[in-house]
Design a protein around this ligand. Structure first.
Ligand SMILES: Cc1cc2nc3c(=O)[nH]c(=O)nc-3n(C[C@H](O)[C@H](O)[C@H](O)COP(=O)(O)OP(=O)(O)OC[C@H]3O[C@@H](n4cnc5c(N)ncnc54)[C@H](O)[C@@H]3O)c2cc1C
Ligand code: SF4
Ligand code: SF4
Ligand code: SF4
Length: 397
């Protein structure tokens, strides 16, 4: 029977919850807003299935030796603009729909919670486009995938590495109709912190117009100022019209806290699926550092890093090759600026303080306090910039 001794021992994939034949495992939310599997010992039959399929207890071998690496850009500029990186996910999703298949991915629901869902039409897959930096609720997606595969239908399942490892554990067999696309994963923020942040932002929007406002659209990766200096943008509507709140990612409290690891899931600091061990066919990421390795592929509108991990991954990429601009690359180049693909993020000392402080303060105030650059460091940075401008020091190239 599954027993979560330490929070690092459960990534919340939901495989055991869905697979338990006695239906005696449920999720319980902790004080940080993450859900953990909890089995009822009175109903457990000790069949051992949960322990056999849990991705934290059962690590897969690395597929590092079989990789092929590419820098890619979707030729459709509209789709690329709306995607986080080079828009490769949308190409694969469209191909799957054209073949009569179903695509699984993460979307916002009506309350702007992040949920995993399946889609059978081109209109529906648009909702999966773009990264949502919050742990998604898998719902009943694993049993839905199993049912579709049993019917012989093609399925493209996208998600974080642990969600893919969870699905593979749940299915317990390979299926030629299943393609798994992993998104590189820095870690997943707490849904509860996301909720708090949204409530604070809504108040800000309402204060701006003096009347209730309704969130209509949220983008974690608004590229209107470029891919590298992306913005975080939200559109609210109210009786007075629309209010747009938009700021560079490095000023946005939620993104600052996320990127400084103040509220990613404990398991992410000991991620069980780094280094190509999720079982996915293909891994997609931002090609950070493409300007150094393949400057011709960088127009600051988004370049994807695609790493194929199986012949199936290579096959689905080739099936859409007319629709993207491609440049073969190497793992060394790909990983130089994206260590998140192979190494878990460290757990900062400030993480515990963050969760203590938000009991009294807003998310924005807490993040601002915990990520403030010390005065002396700021002073040194300013002096360095001034020296460069005056020609006393050469700038960084
Ligand atoms: C939580 C998270 C952390 C990430 N960390 C990194 C990183 O450190 N380095 C890096 O290079 N890339 C990271 N990415 C991946 C990157 O942001 C892009 O999603 C990826 O490059 C695909 O981009 P695209 O342009 O091809 O398609 P897009 O349309 O931008 O991507 C959409 C895909 O992301 C999936 N997705 C969106 N939100 C979630 C979610 N909450 N949970 C699971 N799947 C989701 C959708 O299902 C779909 O498959 C992260 C993504 C997420 C969701
Ligand atoms: S051992 Fe079997 S019955 Fe018990 S919790 Fe695990 S899957 Fe359920
Ligand atoms: S990691 Fe997944 S399978 Fe393992 S205990 Fe947590 S929810 Fe269950
Ligand atoms: S960092 Fe690892 S454990 Fe955390 S959500 Fe991403 S894939 Fe899962």
């Amino acid at each position: 029977m599954i027993r979560i001794e330490k929070k690092e021992d459960c990534c919340g994939c939901s495989a055991c919850v869905e697979a338990c034949p006695a239906h005696c495992i449920r999720f319980e939310e902790d004080e940080e807003g993450y859900r953990y599997a909890k089995a009822d010992p009175d109903r457990c039959t000790e069949c051992g299935l949960c322990e056999k399929i849990c991705p934290v207890l059962n690590r897969r071998p690395s597929r590092r030796e079989n990789t092929h690496v590419y820098a890619l850009r979707n030729r459709d500029e509209e789709v690329r603009r709306a995607s986080s990186s080079g828009g490769v996910f949308s190409l694969l999703a469209e191909k799957t729909i054209a073949a009569g298949g179903t695509v699984f991915g993460a979307r916002f629901d009506a309350q702007f919670d992040i949920v995993h869902d399946g889609a059978d039409t081109l209109e529906e897959i648009v909702r999966f486009r773009g990264s949502k930096y919050v742990q998604s609720d898998m719902g009943d997606c694993y049993p839905r995938v199993r049912k579709l595969l049993k019917e012989g239908k093609p399925v493209l399942f996208s998600g974080t590495g642990c969600q893919i490892a969870g699905l593979k554990g749940f299915l317990r067999r390979e299926d030629p109709n299943l393609t798994c696309v992993e998104v590189a994963c820095h870690g997943v923020p707490s849904p509860a912190v996301w909720h708090r942040f949204l409530a604070e932002q809504r108040t800000e929007a309402e204060n701006a117009v003096g009347v209730p406002a309704r969130l209509e659209h949220f983008s974690f990766r608004d590229k209107s100022n470029g891919w590298k200096r992306y913005r975080v943008s939200a559109r609210y509507s109210g009786p007075q019209g629309e209010t747009i709140l938009s700021e560079p990612f490095f000023r946005n409290a939620f993104m600052r806290g996320f990127l400084r690891n103040l509220f990613i899931r404990p398991c992410c600091h000991a991620c069980p699926v780094k280094n190509f061990t999720s079982g996915a066919d293909l891994l997609l990421a931002d090609y950070w550092g493409v300007d150094r390795c393949h400057p011709e592929m960088d127009d600051d509108r988004g370049t994807s890093l695609a790493i194929t991990l199986t012949p199936r991954g290579e096959e689905i990429l080739h099936a859409v090759e007319d629709e993207f601009v491609a440049q073969p690359s190497t793992l060394d180049c790909a990983l130089a600026m994206n260590q998140a693909i192979v190494c878990p993020e460290r757990r900062p000392a400030a993480r515990d303080r963050f969760f203590r402080m938000i009991r009294q303060e807003s998310v924005s105030t807490t993040v601002a306090r915990l990520t403030r650059t010390p005065f002396l460091k700021r002073l040194r940075k300013k002096a360095g910039k001034l020296a460069t401008r005056l020609g006393l020091k050469t700038g960084k190239r």
